[in-house]
Design a protein around this ligand. Sequence first.
Ligand code: GLN
Length: 348
Amino acid sequence: MFETDTDGIHQEAATGALPGWDRVEQLVQAAHDRYRGTDDGTVADYIPALAEADPDWFGICVADVAGGLHEVGDSAVPFSIQSISKAFVYALVCEEFGHERIGELVGVDNTGLPFNSVIALELNGGHPMNPMVNAGAIASTALLAGATADEKWRSVHDGLSRFAGRDLVVDERVYTSEAETNSRNQAIARLLQSYGRLDADPGETVDVYTRQCSLLVTARDIAVMGATLADGGVNPVTGERVVSAEVSRDTLAVLAANGLYERSGEWLFQIGLPGKSGVSGGIVSIAPGKGAIGTFAPPLDAAGNSVRGERSTAYLSKTLGLNLFASAEPAPAARASTSTALDSRSAR
Ligand code: GLN
């Protein structure tokens, strides 16, 4: 179980809205102060360019569904979106084909294995299981609207930019670095093809996927992207509808089951929100109807999730009252009438 360090903190119930503006500002600052000095974790280096990240970078942004942004620290430092892109590509292909078709083709169940597992694919007869691991993400990218790889790239670039509310650009260094070293993803794409689960060209599909992972975002961007899913598919800053409310709901369900890879159960247990992490150190967590938290801190735990991101999100989920499973204590009057009803029933 990963550490969250929030045992003594009161769990606010997940009812109603976010606390008032000043309270959110205060808590976002408190989360940053609390974990700024944490130096656990290691910066990813399997994509060589990612190793250049400053381990001290730490940004947090809470975006609410009214378009308000609460930011602290390095919330405007750009980083490659990596696996966080998978959440939004899933939403785009779901919007295009409907959730049943994507459910059949890609699946919604956790593999229990690391994000780039080949064994998971073999164990399941070439079925990717879910769109948040590399196999399912590569299969999803292949489904993007467009007849050619260029058109598919335009679909993903345009779709992710609409989620962020600005024109996103590729980090060419990260793209080249991953493209030169991604033989494992190429193997996964070939394996999908061998099972008849990839219609597009495997090399071209992995290239679009690698570009998609290299798009630069900030903690603020991922918070706005997440808040779009919290807001029924409408970007709360631009007012533009990006996907439907149904697709937003489906995406959050898939994230709850799979967003933190093989740690998704622990994440739901500790934090109680759908979320998605990436190896460059970002995590987005979404509170339906309320907003989203974007965090960025490069050092990762053994499963590839940002340590300061996990801890600060756990703190904010508790103090902002976001955990989906935390109900409020019934008011004393309601409790009295419930116990009277129970007492009279047992007296019968
Ligand atoms: N581009 C990365 C990869 O495919 C994304 C992985 C991640 O963020 N977990 O390996």
